[in-house]
Design a protein. Structure first.
Length: 182
C-alpha cells in the first residue's frame, strides 16, 4: 500500500493547462487548505535554509536508496501537485522544466503545472516528496497549506532516497522542508 502513490502520481503528470482534471480520492479542490488528520512532525517545516541543495536532475544521477540528500525545486508538475489524503506532493526541477510564468509569455493561470513543457521533460524533472511514519507508510493527511506550503512555491527538501526510487520515479522521504523566500 505504501508504494501505490508512484503510478498514480506519474500518470497524473500528463495533465496540461487545457485538459479537464477529474476529481478522484487522490486529488483535491483547487482552493482551500488541508487540515492535518494525523500528527505531522513538528520540525518538518524549517525557517533555516538547508545547506547545499542540488537540483532534482543532478540528484537523479545518484540514486542510492537510503542516502540522505538535499534537493531544491518548485512545487508543481500538475494542476494539483498536493495529494489530499497523503502527505505527498510533486516537486519540479525548475532549471530543467520551465514554468509558464517565467519569461515574457506569462499567460497561464496555473504556471506551476508546467503545461508549457513536453511530458517527457516534466517526467525527467519531477520528484515525489512524501512524509512517512516510523513504519515507512506515507502519512494519511495532505500537506497543502501546512506551514504555508502552496503550489508554485520554491522549496528545499532534506530527506532520504526512498526504497522504490528510480530515475523515472524519484521519491524522497522528507525530514525537512524549507520554503525559499521569493
Amino acid at each position: 500500500m505504501k508504494y501505490t502513490l508512484i503510478p498514480l502520481v506519474l500518470c497524473s503528470l500528463f495533465s496540461s493547462c487545457t485538459e479537464d482534471t477529474t476529481v478522484t480520492p487522490d486529488t483535491q479542490e483547487a482552493s482551500g487548505t488541508t487540515t492535518p488528520a494525523v500528527a505531522i512532525p513538528a520540525d518538518l517545516i524549517t525557517t533555516t535554509a538547508l545547506s547545499t541543495p542540488i537540483s532534482i536532475t543532478d540528484a537523479k544521477k545518484k540514486i542510492t536508496v537510503g542516502d540522505d540528500i538535499t534537493i531544491t525545486g518548485r512545487i508543481g508538475g500538475r494542476k494539483l501537485p498536493f495529494l489530499s489524503k497523503k502527505a505527498a506532493f510533486l516537486l519540479m526541477d525548475d532549471k530543467k522544466a520551465i514554468a509558464c510564468d517565467v519569461g515574457e509569455d506569462d499567460h497561464c493561470s496555473m504556471p506551476w503545472d508546467f503545461c508549457c513543457e513536453k511530458k517527457e521533460t516534466i517526467l525527467a524533472a519531477a520528484a515525489l516528496i512524501q512524509v512517512i511514519d516510523e513504519k515507512g507508510t506515507v502519512l494519511p493527511t495532505g500537506l497543502k497549506g501546512y506551514g504555508g506550503l502552496a503550489a508554485g512555491d520554491h522549496v528545499s527538501i532534506t530527506g532520504t532516497i526512498a526504497q522504490k526510487s528510480t530515475a523515472e520515479a524519484y521519491i524522497i522521504n522528507a525530514s525537512k522542508i524549507y520554503k525559499i523566500p521569493q
